[in-house]
Design a protein around this ligand. Structure first.
Ligand SMILES: *Cc1c(COP(=O)(O)O)cnc(C)c1O
Length: 254
């Protein structure tokens, strides 16, 4: 070490936090959602492998990362839970996604068609989650195009349209109005999909702020990054009683 200073990561506290979050979810929704732990950026600097193992052992069922390389690190460590990879894939990343049973986010027809061909070649099925852009403007199919695209995806061989999701822009803000608009757009597409017989079993919209502020938006799954680590995203969310930071910075005093 360069200096007598270090970070301590308390994995027991992490497991306690997940238990508290699950209790919170059970109190706020009649059918509590599954928990997906977002462990991108090396688990927000806490160690992705260790954090993943701890949150899965405490009852989370899914993981998500932002890059294929991050997902492969988890697979190499022996983690076989479902892993969703956020964002846009490049064509040369798809073979690894199929081989390592990663769940791929999609917002067009080209990447899924390529996945379908690769999966057929490998004798596998690939799970995909269709993302709709309800306001974040970073990634996602336009709401007006979502149903048409979902019908195309659902017809692809060896592709399972498991998820349908979106992302809140400011679910931790004091003013809930934009989040409510996003929820309304999301619900509208869910209904339109159902009318056409498309019912992805995992619908998800909430990050940590959304989870705390909008219990009506929990659907089947919530994607939590900061919260299990013991951080609240802003002062404008109801706290979870007992939640505490997992990371402590320590240094030896001179
Ligand atoms: C980072 C991220 C999350 C987690 O957000 P938190 O506010 O840390 O809970 C959820 N969903 C997506 C798409 C993300 O990129």
């Amino acid at each position: 070490a360069l200096r007598p200073a270090w970070l301590e990561i308390n994995l027991a506290r992490l497991r306690d936090n997940v238990a508290l979050i699950r209790q919170h979810a059970a109190r706020s929704s009649a059918r509590p959602p599954l928990l997906l732990g977002v462990v991108k950026a090396d688990g927000f600097g806490h160690g992705a492998v260790e954090v993943s193992r701890a949150i899965l052992s405490a009852g989370a069922s899914h993981l998500a990362v932002a890059a294929v390389g991050e997902a492969l690190e988890l697979r190499r460590a022996g983690i076989d839970a479902p892993i969703l990879v956020f964002g846009q894939r490049a064509p040369d990343e798809l073979a690894d996604c199929v081989r390592h049973a990663l769940t791929v986010c999609v917002n067009d027809a080209e990447i899924p068609a390529a996945l379908s061909r690769l999966a057929s070649g490998q004798g596998r099925t690939v799970k995909i989650h269709l993302k709709v852009n309800t306001g974040m403007n970073r990634y996602g199919v336009a709401p007006a195009e979502a149903v048409r695209l979902a019908l195309v995806l659902q017809a692809l061989p060896r592709i399972e349209l498991e998820g349908f999701f979106s992302h809140f822009v400011m679910s931790d803000a004091a003013d809930p109005s934009f989040s409510r608009e996003q929820l309304q757009v999301f619900r509208g597409i869910v209904a339109a999909l159902a009318q056409r017989g498309v019912r992805p079993p995992l619908r998800h919209l909430c990050n940590s702020g959304g989870f705390l502020n909008f219990p009506e938006a929990h659907f089947e799954l919530v994607r939590l990054g900061l919260l299990p680590l013991g951080w609240l995203p802003s002062p404008h969310v109801p706290p979870v009683a007992g939640l505490a930071p997992v990371m402590t910075l320590k240094a030896r005093a001179a």
